[in-house]
Write a protein that binds this ligand. Structure first.
Ligand code: FRU
Length: 311
């Protein structure tokens, strides 16, 4: 009896000590502030999920997420709050380059390491930029379109927010690639990355032009919005739709369904952001620029996992 009581007591003490010890070991050592410009599109929800999934593997990290709801001023305030709270590191996916540059610079100058994800800020006052090469994606899309149209055709370009860097680069890369061909942009509009805007702009394009061969949208929600407008007008079969992002549950699914003919992958960089954050927090050196690879998904290659873009 006494023996059993003693062993019970000893095991309780051992167990408690173990839990206290592991509890201490599990306590987050570093806090990361993650400022997301909006969570209105599946791609950004995926970015946060990728950040969380990777961070969850590291009990020494705690990530605080803030969603700016597509509002520059709110995002500025979020960065200022993170600075005041004394986070150990900041990850930001900024809405627009110019308005988010000063708060990022302020954090960086205070000694808070900053990882800028996907859209850029102006200048060099941050620790590391992570994203795919949007100019290269725009160029690859342009080349694919010229070849698909046999060097000639009427294109509608639905641009992403042109005050954000991916919109600028996806446009300039595309224009470079179609130069010298007879592929013409007959209608262009800034749909600001948003599907309802793309749908509305496409309605105008359809009303103005009898012959539209292809829509190049800077993201998959934009391409899908254009498809819906064309479908409502009974013209979707005559038009080819191309988008960017290539999420399994969005662009890749549209390609499988035959809605999009091509979707170019734009990786979220969420996993890489956490891996880089850990290196920085541990005092390791990281390079200023991390360029992520991208693939194109078409009906022909989707079952094989797409095709990587070449240099
Ligand atoms: C989501 C999104 C993506 C696009 C990225 C560019 O907000 O519009 O569709 O690829 O932002 O920054």
């Amino acid at each position: 009896m006494l023996y059993r009581a003693t062993t019970n007591l000893v095991s309780t003490i051992i167990f408690s000590a173990f839990f206290i010890f592991t509890g201490m070991a599990q306590k987050p050592q570093w806090t990361i502030g993650m400022s997301q410009c909006n969570l209105g599109e599946p791609w950004r929800v995926q970015m946060n999920a990728d950040v969380k999934k990777e961070a969850d593997k590291h009990p020494e990290l705690r990530v605080i997420f803030k969603d700016a709801q597509n509002d520059n001023l709110r995002q500025r305030a979020h960065v200022e709050e993170f600075i005041k709270a004394g986070v150990n590191l900041l990850i930001i996916s900024p809405k627009e380059a110019a308005p988010l540059t000063p708060p990022v610079k302020a954090a960086f100058e205070k000694g808070i390491p900053v990882i800028v994800l996907d859209r850029r800020v102006l200048g060099n006052d941050y620790t590391c930029f992570i994203g795919a090469d949007n100019k290269k994606i725009g160029k690859a899309a342009g080349k694919w379109i010229v070849s698909r149209l046999g060097g000639k055709g009427n294109v509608v370009e639905l641009k992403g927010l042109m005050t954000s860097t991916p919109g600028q680069d996806r446009h300039s890369g595309f224009i470079e690639a179609i130069k010298g061909s007879n592929v013409k942009v007959i209608f262009e509009a800034d749909m600001k990355w948003l599907e309802p805007n793309a749908r509305r702009e496409m309605e105008s394009a359809l009303a103005r032009f009898k012959e539209i061969d292809l829509v190049y949208a800077h993201n998959d929600p934009g391409a899908h919005g254009a498809y819906l407008a064309a479908k409502a007008a009974g013209r979707e079969k005559a038009i080819t739709f191309v988008g960017i992002d290539g999420l399994p549950q969005e662009g890749q699914m549209y390609v499988r369904q035959g809605i999009l003919s091509a979707s170019f992958e734009y990786p979220t960089g969420g996993r890489e952001a956490i891996q880089t954050a850990l290196k920085i927090l541990r005092g390791e050196k990281v390079s200023k620029e991390m360029t992520l690879p991208s693939r194109v998904f078409t009906k022909e290659n989707i079952d094989k996992g797409g095709e990587w873009l070449k240099e």
